[in-house]
Design a protein around this ligand. Structure first.
Ligand SMILES: NC(=O)c1ccc[n+]([C@@H]2O[C@H](COP(=O)([O-])OP(=O)(O)OC[C@H]3O[C@@H](n4cnc5c(N)ncnc54)[C@H](O)[C@@H]3O)[C@@H](O)[C@H]2O)c1
Length: 266
């Protein structure tokens, strides 16, 4: 018996990386999955794979930058499966070539980061909550980031709005807990997805490993397993939380890696 048997779960950004791994894992646990992405060909392929493995899923084209598109995605889920239990608000990202230090940020970069990472989740919650209430409850999971918890030299707009995702998660949890709706977030550290594989050199990846307490980088499945837990009844007394899934990179003093090296040299 799967952990999401008979549940209907919408996953955004399901054509790649974390969303793809989560859509597949949820389907393997019995969920009927609405796999949504702006890359419709990509998400159709994912749905085909889910069906071949014996799962139940449909593909939906969504542009997370547009409220109407998000609302339509949720309506399609409801019309197809008659209810919605779970929304994984996972789409996110930034203009990596322009999102650097605060003093260099332009309006376009700020606005894009806000619309893609935070406003999209706000709209997802806004339009799914009436269906969850009708259903006597449900679970919303949002993708934040360790960039929303720790300061850094780069990705200032992205990190700032991801911090907003953590706050929004608490607001939704507070406003709708009495209606049986739980809302939690995951904050991934560096996770090896097609996007990060292409962006970071091997040397940079090894630097990330040095700062992880565990001796490896993260995989999309590490996040998917956490989202599965937050979506399932196993986490039924947990709400408003952000779980760091980062190999421990965010739990220690900044000097950790240097002192480890000094210790190894002696
Ligand atoms: N990979 C990491 O290291 C990492 C770390 C922290 C947080 N995150 C967050 O995890 C989430 C998923 O990231 P990932 O690494 O799996 O990325 P990814 O690039 O592998 O997948 C993102 C998916 O989102 C889709 N997408 C992009 N813009 C969209 C839009 N406007 N509307 C609908 N779909 C759109 C893309 O087509 C793609 O399929 C994001 O919110 C990201 O910020 C990732």
């Amino acid at each position: 018996m799967g952990r999401l048997q008979e549940k209907v779960a919408i996953v955004t950004g399901a054509a790649s990386g974390i969303g793809l791994a989560t859509a597949k894992l949820m389907a393997s646990h019995g969920a009927k999955v609405v796999a949504a992405d702006i890359n419709f060909d990509g998400v159709k392929k994912v749905v085909e794979e889910i069906r071949q493995a014996g799962g139940d899923a449909i593909s939906v084209s969504v542009n997370a930058l547009e409220e109407e598109s998000i609302q339509e995605m949720i309506t399609i889920a409801k019309v197809t499966y008659r209810k919605v239990d779970i929304l994984f608000n996972n789409v996110g990202g930034t203009k990596a070539d322009k999102d650097h230090a605060i003093v260099d940020l332009d309006k376009e970069t700020w606005d894009f980061a806000f619309r893609l990472n935070l406003r999209s989740i706000g709209y997802g919650c806004k339009h799914v909550i009436p269906h969850l209430i009708e259903n006597s409850g449900g679970s919303i999971i949002n993708t934040a980031s360790m960039a929303g918890i720790l300061g850094d030299l780069d990705s200032s707009a992205y990190g700032s709005v991801k911090a907003g995702v953590i706050s929004l998660t608490r607001y939704v949890a507070t406003q709708h807990g009495k209606q049986g709706i739980r809302c939690n977030a995951v904050a991934p550290g560096l996770i090896l997805t097609p996007a990060t594989e292409a962006y970071f050199t091997e040397e940079v990846k090894q630097r990330f490993v040095r700062h992880n307490v565990l001796n490896r980088l993260g995989k999309p499945e590490d996040i998917a397993q956490t989202v599965l837990f937050l979506a399932s009844d196993a986490s039924s007394f947990i709400t408003g939380q952000t779980i760091q899934v980062d190999g421990g990179s965010g739990i220690h003093a900044g000097t950790f890696a240097e002192f480890m090296e000094m210790r190894d040299q002696h």
